[in-house]
Write a protein that binds this ligand. Structure first.
Ligand code: ADP
Ligand code: ADP
Length: 230
């Protein structure tokens, strides 16, 4: 069973969604994400990457097609599907007066995880924020905030972690740090999916790359073969 199965996914934004009313953002996209690896979803701005991620996250309704996360259909088994995935969004959204520890505890509460089973300390250590446990989020650097976002997405111990453009607009050093963290999580058994518009990032990190452009899948290959094509 694949980690994620995407079958003929179609998204037409309605007039009520704003600027791109009637716009076909996904034109029947199908692919599987195998378990255990780092999978790259590559494409230029506007290709449909965020739309796809947001559908998996349950934040955007699809127009047609289907998807399964860890074997759970996103419509018929929405709750289990959502519990099987952790999403690291592009935008950093924390209450500035919450501490990293509180951010993780609140998220655990949101998932109904009993106090004894929470792993906030462990997660802070994994993203190297133990020393910032009780600092206000507003005092954290951009890199620390991004690492906290990753910890927040792992609170419910999902088998799959999806990162939406994790390194967009970050400097070289922070990019390296985030790559290292993603690789570590993968080595611990988490299936990783990341969207990016940097080919070099996908090449460096991912063993398999799917490319979408204008809402269509134009390639889905092991990285080695893809590079060989270029
Ligand atoms: P990417 O993440 O690859 O940059 P998106 O999924 O954000 O691409 O966007 C795909 C297309 O859908 C773009 O043409 C974008 O303008 C359009 N789009 C995205 N979100 C909305 C929305 N809420 N309403 C209308 N059109 C949208
Ligand atoms: P629900 O639909 O179950 O009410 P929401 O989508 O409204 O859940 O999410 C509530 C909060 O939990 C938000 O802060 C959201 O960002 C976060 N959240 C929900 N699902 C995930 C996930 N899979 N990974 C990370 N954060 C999530």
């Amino acid at each position: 069973q694949p980690a994620i199965r995407i079958d003929n996914l179609l998204k037409r934004y309605g007039a009520k969604d704003g600027d791109g009313g009637g716009k076909l953002a996904l034109k029947g996209v199908s692919f599987d994400v195998p378990q255990g690896g780092i999978f790259g979803l590559l494409g230029p701005n506007g290709a449909g990457k965020s739309t796809l991620i947001n559908i998996l996250a349950g934040l955007v309704d699809k127009t047609d097609g289907s998807a399964e996360i860890w074997g759970f259909d996103i419509d018929r088994n929405r709750r289990n599907a959502k519990r099987s995935i952790g999403i690291v969004p592009q935008e950093i959204v924390f209450d500035p007066f919450f501490t990293p520890f509180e951010v993780l505890e609140n998220q655990a509460g949101f998932y109904g995880i009993p106090k004894a089973e929470r792993r906030s300390e462990e997660l802070l250590e994994a993203v190297r924020l133990s020393d910032k446990r009780d600092a206000y989020a507003r005092t954290l650097s951009g890199g620390m905030k991004r690492r906290l976002l990753i910890a927040k997405a792992m609170v419910h111990s999902p088998p799959i972690l999806v990162l939406d453009e994790p390194t967009a607009g970050v400097d070289v050093e922070l990019r390296r740090q985030l790559w290292e963290l993603v690789t570590e999580l993968n080595e611990q058994g988490v299936t990783i999916v990341l969207t990016t518009h940097y080919l070099e990032e996908a090449e460096e990190l991912c063993e398999r790359i799917a490319i979408i452009n204008h809402g269509e899948l134009i390639a889905n290959k092991p990285t080695r073969e893809l590079i060989g094509m270029a």
